[in-house]
Design a protein around this ligand. Structure first.
Ligand code: 5CA
Ligand code: ZN
Length: 408
């Protein structure tokens, strides 16, 4: 699939500090021990509705990782999927009386446009589930060769009892797993499953639903194996970071990992599992299914500056759950005005320390709010007292552009 155009990213080349991130699996902030090329998989959208502030916050958080690695001299191989075939997409298409492909294409295009406006660097590989079906079938066949797949009617399930490392991503009790599995697209009640938690790999064709013919039958892929297969094909195992919002920790990332390690007998699936917090609105998680949405597109249509939208996201730590308020944006707009005034000064105080402070803040589990505070302090001093270094505004705002993705 085509991604979106890459915004200009100024080149930096610092070698320390290295990036440390909180890893859900080990409950620790750990170094991202990457080789020359860092490898990251971030779960993409299910394109049945427009980009809301929760999606935007998640993709901006992972963009900070991408930008930090690049700025510190690493190559990055960034893979993101698009779940362009799944139950919620088909249900919405029926509700809209619309062709499912048209819905998916339209919303994917709108997402590209929003990501570009927010200056998110595109993934190197942007891969749809539909275009990956042959690879997904291969992955399922690999599990079959290992004897890890069984049938319920004509549908295929993975036998979790064969994988003792299942559970080591989210570290949840079985009761909690069962509850979340039911809430998040699983089918624990289905008769005939060996374990209620076993994930669906391949769903045989249902009347009126799209399906693809393959050696494992006529049908369509389950959700988790989609990401396992795409990550395996474009990154190999283990890769450095598996990412997404915290609602993907279980079952999605737990199942992805179980399938990946079972298929290849290579552990771990990812070295770190990184999760962003949930953005809420009007008292609950912002979600397409609840309809409590603040859309990037609507803010842009109102004429709000996408750089202010990006700043409104960055003023929250990526791991926190937080509630969107319109004041987030007005606060970000006034910050952006101040930064622009300071950038327009012909000179300012030295920016060496503030650039170091930005790198340090981000290196410590993406401390974007601390990075913004460091810029604010320099800006306040520059506006109040001026300064004699003609290069410092340029130096600072180049770093801000490269690492925070905000242009002034
Ligand atoms: N296609 C799957 C992943 S393979 C999916 O979850 N799609 S999604 O469209 O529902 O979500 C896309 C990304 O946005 C996921 O990483 C999800 O965790 C994140 N996300 C969804 N809602 C929120 C929210 N309210 N706050 C923060 N992130 C969110
Ligand atoms: Zn995924």
């Amino acid at each position: 699939m085509r991604a979106w155009p890459c915004p200009p990213v100024p080149t930096l080349d610092f070698s320390s500090p290295g990036l440390r991130l909180y890893d859900t699996a080990t409950d620790e902030i750990r170094p991202t021990a990457v080789g020359d090329t860092a490898r990251i998989y971030v779960c993409g959208i299910t394109p049945y509705d427009a980009t809301h502030m929760g999606h935007a916050a998640t993709y901006v958080a992972f963009d900070l990782i991408n930008r930090f690695w690049r700025g510190s001299g690493h190559g990055v191989n960034y893979v993101q999927n698009v779940t362009d075939i799944d139950d919620p997409l088909l249900e919405r298409a029926v509700a809209n009386d619309q062709d499912w492909r048209q819905l998916a294409d339209g919303e994917t295009e709108a997402f590209r446009d929003d990501m570009f406006a927010l200056r998110v660097i595109p993934p190197d590989h942007y891969i749809g589930a539909v275009e990956s079906i042959p690879g997904i079938v291969d992955s399922i066949q690999q599990l079959q060769r290992r004897g890890l797949v069984y049938e319920v009617d004509d549908d295929l399930y993975f036998d979790l009892s064969s994988e003792p490392r299942f559970g080591t991503v989210a570290n949840l009790s079985r009761d909690v797993m069962l509850e979340l599995f039911a809430d998040r697209g699983g089918d624990p009640q289905r008769p005939g499953k060996k374990d209620p938690l076993d994930p669906l790999l391949w769903q045989s064709a249902r009347p009126g639903e799209p399906c693809w013919s393959s050696e494992i039958g006529n049908g369509r892929p389950g959700w988790h194996v989609e990401c396992t297969s795409i990550a395996g094909e474009f990154l190999g195992q283990p890769f450095d970071v598996q990412g997404g919002g915290s609602d993907l920790t279980f079952p999605h990332h737990e199942m992805c990992a179980a399938l990946g390690i079972a298929a290849d007998d290579v552990w771990p699936f990812a070295r770190l599992y990184v999760h962003s917090g949930m953005v809420g609105y009007l008292g609950q998680k912002m979600s397409k299914s609840e309809g409590n949405l603040v859309l990037v597109r609507n803010l842009r249509d109102e004429g709000r500056d996408p750089m202010a939208v990006r700043l409104a996201l960055l003023q929250h730590h990526y791991r926190d759950d937080w509630e969107w308020h319109d004041s987030d944006l007005t606060e970000a707009e006034s910050r952006l005005r101040e930064w622009r005034s300071a950038a327009a000064l012909g000179a300012g105080p030295s920016a060496t320390q503030v650039c170091e402070d930005i790198r340090l803040a981000l290196s410590d589990d993406l401390g974007a709010p601390a990075a913004l505070a460091a810029v604010d302090e320099w800006v306040a001093t520059a506006l109040r007292r001026g300064g004699s270094d003609p290069d410092s505004p340029g130096l600072l705002f180049t770093t801000v552009d490269a690492l925070l993705g905000v242009t002034v």
